[in-house]
Design a protein around this ligand. Structure first.
Ligand SMILES: [Zn+2]
Length: 172
């Protein structure tokens, strides 16, 4: 996505608040701004897109954080690429976790509350097409696509995955 299209895309999904520009579009499982890119069919992190397109390339091993500390801010002037260790330190200072195990625990809690069971997810993955998956399970077509591409209900491949919920089957 070029700079102009990206600016246009973002401008429709933000509200200005104080000096920040807060994202009101889709988010990742951890609540960070995320968006579907046309042609890619998976979520990308909005702040990384903005940095890469409007500020400059993100050095390897760096993550994009906000200097204002706001979780949903996407204002170009508030974005900064920092090494992962620095991002973890900043998050800890704000009392936030930056931890894969915590992410997985949160994901499992969300799944436990969801009406879409693991059996339904399995059926969606095994159906020949997304449309048939939709017809068999009643899950919306868009969500069936997302499950089949791995954008939703990602298999939890972390070695910690099994610690929190033995009821979520690990995929072989
Ligand atoms: Zn901000």
């Amino acid at each position: 996505m070029n700079a102009n299209r990206l600016r246009q895309f973002i401008s429709k999904r933000v509200v200005e608040e104080g000096s920040c520009r807060l994202w009101v579009g889709q988010t990742s499982a951890t609540g960070h701004p995320a968006m579907m890119l046309p042609g890619i069919r998976r979520k990308v992190m909005v702040r990384r897109q903005i940095h890469a397109t409007l500020i400059g390339p993100i050095p390897g091993g760096h993550v994009v954080v906000t200097t204002c500390g706001c979780r949903t801010c996407v204002k170009t002037e508030h974005l900064k690429a920092v090494p992962l260790a620095e991002a973890r330190r900043l998050a800890a200072e704000r009392g936030e976790y930056f931890n894969r195990a915590v992410q997985i625990k949160r994901t499992l809690t969300q799944r436990a509350r969801s009406h879409i069971t693991e059996e339904m997810v399995q059926a969606v993955r095994e159906a020949p097409t997304a449309k048939q998956a939709h017809e068999r399970t009643g899950i919306s077509l868009g969500h069936c696509y997302a499950i089949r591409t791995g954008a939703r209900r990602k298999p939890l491949d972390s070695p910690f995955g099994a610690l929190f919920s033995p009821t979520v089957p690990r995929r072989a």
